[in-house]
Design a protein around this ligand. Structure first.
Ligand SMILES: *Cc1c(COP(=O)(O)O)cnc(C)c1O
Length: 354
């Protein structure tokens, strides 16, 4: 219940519901797509070194971090804006590139924050249904004429568009911004980053939360044509100039300097995903072809939220969405091998009635 002072502008707003962050450490957390491995050792050292300088404001341009990131990505620093998690980059994109004549367009089944960003900014939006097999059909966006937001790979399906499909969309919507949210791209998607020099309507959004083990730090970025990035910076300087704190900037640099550590962990997560996929298929689960660090699963023996509830009783958290089309599906994040073995054992027990 809101107070009697709550702005009438937000009367219809339903806030985003984050996955549960339990106090009990014993639970196996496969509900929020976090990386099961801690950040690289250099991150901790650099954060410590930064603490004595916390009396000073952070660099609003994240200059040093943008420079090393630009070099790694093969773009120029002017093509990048660093943000407080990629959620902030997405919010800036809704604010900057949508209006009454350019509604936000996104799939009906996708990252649950998109409709919230549209509503909080009083922007019109339209949900384009995924096809029956959970595919995004690019042609369904033809003639819609708004600003398109696509998670690629998509969540919670994990399914990805090819780079060719993304490029064809950029060409068929030359007067629309296409925002490609690549939160999960490192786990098996094809990135559109290489196209930002050729398409002035492409904005790629990425995060350090999933593949770089830094969800708690809140660090993300957007990459695109210089003019698009300038628009996003206008949003940054109009809301929170010091959006990325000094600890996050230092940690981000350290993380990139030791990126082989993250690459190794990404390989492990992908191996664990394929192992889990085979095990669950053997138990009769249906799954999409996920290219992310999670599996999207259903089982005829577990209608609706039952699987989530029964696994929770066994100390394992997964994510279920109270949304019409996907009521019979759940999303399971990929953790360590031991965690996935525990998941498979628990599923076996549930199926044999134990
Ligand atoms: C996790 C996630 C984000 C948000 O990531 P942060 O950088 O932690 O804000 C954005 N988009 C999608 C599709 C995600 O799953």
């Amino acid at each position: 219940m809101s107070s009697r002072f709550f702005s009438a502008r937000y009367a219809d707003l339903t806030a985003y519901t984050p996955g549960e962050q339990p106090r009990q450490r014993k639970l196996i957390k496969l509900n929020t797509n976090e990386n099961p491995f801690p950040p690289s050792p250099l991150v901790e050292a650099r954060v410590r070194e930064t603490v004595p300088r916390l009396n000073l404001y952070s660099d609003p341009e994240s200059t040093a971090l943008r420079e090393i990131l630009a070099e790694r990505l093969g773009v120029r620093p002017e093509n990048l804006i660093m943000t407080n998690g990629s959620d902030e980059a997405l919010n800036f994109a809704f604010m900057a590139f949508c209006d009454e004549s350019r509604p936000a367009l996104f799939p009906d089944i996708t990252y649950g924050f998109y409709p919230v960003f549209a509503r909080i900014n009083s922007l019109p939006f339209r949900e384009i249904p995924l096809r029956e097999d959970w595919r995004i059909a690019p042609e369904d966006y033809d003639g819609c004429g708004g600003t398109i937001f696509l998670a690629n790979p998509n969540a919670p399906t994990g399914m990805a568009l090819t780079l060719g499909q993304v490029e064809r969309m950029l060409r068929s919507h030359p007067d629309s911004v296409l925002v490609v949210d690549e939160a999960y791209v490192d786990f098996g998607g094809e990135s559109a980053l290489g196209l930002i020099g050729r398409y002035d309507n492409l904005l790629v959004v990425r995060t350090f939360s999933k593949s770089r083990s830094l969800a708690g730090l809140r660090l993300g970025f957007a990459a695109g044509n210089e003019a698009l990035i300038r628009d996003l910076k206008t949003m940054q300087y109009s809301t929170n100039p010091y959006n990325v704190d000094s600890l996050a900037q230092a940690a981000g640099i350290a993380c990139l300097e030791q990126d082989e550590y993250n690459m190794e962990n990404i390989r492990t997560v992908c191996e664990n995903r394929e192992w889990t996929r085979e095990q669950l298929a053997g138990l009769g689960f249906s799954m999409t072809e996920s290219r992310a660090n999670f599996l999207f699963v259903s089982h005829p023996a577990f209608p609706g939220s039952t699987l989530r509830d029964r696994l929770r009783e066994k100390g394992i958290l997964i994510r279920w969405f109270d949304q019409e089309r996907i009521r019979d599906w759940s999303r399971i994040s990929i953790g360590t091998r031991e965690q996935m073995e525990a998941l498979v054992r628990a599923a076996e027990e549930l199926l044999s009635g134990r």
